[in-house]
Structures are given as structure tokens and as C-alpha cells.
Design a protein around this ligand. Structure first.
Ligand code: GRF
Length: 194
């Protein structure tokens, strides 16, 4: 599921082609008609599905339509790659511990939609990338992987986000590959790889 340009989707597809990430992307679903991620899906011959939030009276009914599309695609995992909507508890529960998200900060620092500018304004010297399971709390689920990215003097939101994104493009496919290859269990919030 993606709302933006789709560079993380592209990284996952590239890694999969190189045999470094054993996934078949069954469906790319977006809430934005113009999302670059949908164009990438069409180019790659992957089912691209736009579901318009304006066609639904509330979040619940919109998410039910998304759930139906995902179930129909037979996807086993839901990978959020720049999906800018908060999932309803019904959705989270249907795919419990099978929804993964990538966030451009070292969570729990700087959750939310402005993580890169928030980190820059706060003045941290180190930020990074978090890949985590999705639960009902925004950017709050158990952490699967993290990598630090230094903030450099003279960084702007754009230069810092670019450095964070190169990290994302390595870490997301690698973490998804690990998820496909190794089972994990949860000890409270802690992810224990078997
Ligand atoms: C990424 O920075 C990700 O961390 C955040 O949204 C951005 C999506 O970028 N959740 P892209 O659409 O994959 O290029």
C-alpha cells in the first residue's frame, strides 16, 4: 500500500528481481490516483488498484474495501511503503502481525507524518530508519529493524530525507527478506528471531 512516489516499492521489486528478496508483489493499492507507486506497478505488470477515499462515507468502509481487494489478491503480507493513511483497528486486526511499515526516524522518536523535519528542527545529531509491525498505535508497533543515519551540518529536509531514503532502500528489502526466511515471535514488544 502506497500513497507517494513509490521508491521503496521500486527498491523491493529490484531486490526481488536480483533474488535478494523472495516476494511476489500481488497487488499495489493506493488511496491516491496519481501515486507514482501505481505507475511503477503498471510498468511492472503488477495489479494496480486505486481506491478513492471520497467514494466512502467513513474510514471504516474505505478500509473494508481495501481489505477485500487484498484478500482477493491472496497476498499474505501487507507492506506499507509510504502509505499516508491511518489503518482502522478492524484492518489491523484482520492482518495482525502481517502488516509492516517503514518510518523515516528512529522510533519512538518522531512518529507522524513530518518525521524528517521534526528531527532536523529538534537538532538531533542522529536519526534513521525503522521497519516495524503495525498495530493500532500510529508508528507504534514492535520494531523489526533499525538503522541510524547521521544528521550533517547544513542538512535541509531534502538532503536529510535523501540520505534516509538510500538507507530505506537497503533496509526495507533486507528486512522483508528476513521476514520471509525466518520466523519470529513476540515477547511483549520485543521481536525475537527464531
Ligand atoms: C518514506 O520516506 C517512508 O519512510 C515514509 O514515506 C516515504 C515513502 O517514500 N513512510 P516512497 O513513496 O517509497 O518514495
Amino acid at each position: 500500500m502506497a500513497s507517494g512516489k513509490g521508491s521503496n516499492l521500486e527498491a523491493i521489486l529490484e531486490a526481488s528481481k536480483k533474488g535478494m528478496c523472495p516476494v511476489n508483489v500481488a497487488l499495489v493499492l493506493s488511496n491516491r490516483e496519481k501515486a507514482g507507486a501505481l505507475a511503477i506497478a503498471r510498468r511492472e505488470g503488477i495489479t494496480a488498484c486505486f481506491i478513492n477515499p471520497a467514494d466512502f462515507p467513513d474510514r471504516e468502509s474505505f478500509d473494508l474495501a481495501c481489505m477485500e481487494a487484498i484478500i482477493k489478491s491472496n497476498a499474505e503480507w501487507v507492506i506499507l511503503a509510504g502509505y499516508m493513511r491511518i489503518l482502522t483497528p478492524t484492518f489491523v486486526d484482520r492482518f495482525r502481525n502481517r502488516i509492516v511499515n517503514i518510518h523515516p526516524s528512529l522510533l519512538p522518536a518522531f512518529p507522524g507524518a513530518h518525521a524528517v523535519s521534526d528531527a532536523l528542527e529538534y537538532g538531533v545529531k542522529m536519526t534513521g530508519v525503522t521497519v516495524h509491525l503495525v498495530d493500532e498505535v500510529l508508528d507504534g508497533g514492535p520494531i523489526l529493524a533499525q538503522e541510524a543515519v547521521p544528521v550533517e551540518e547544513g542538512d535541509t529536509v531534502e538532503t536529510l530525507h535523501a540520505r534516509i531514503q538510500s538507507c530505506e532502500h537497503r533496509l526495507y528489502p533486507a528486512t522483508i527478506a528476513r521476514l520471509m526466511e525466518k520466523p519470529f515471535r513476540l515477547d511483549g514488544r520485543r521481536v525475537i528471531w527464531e
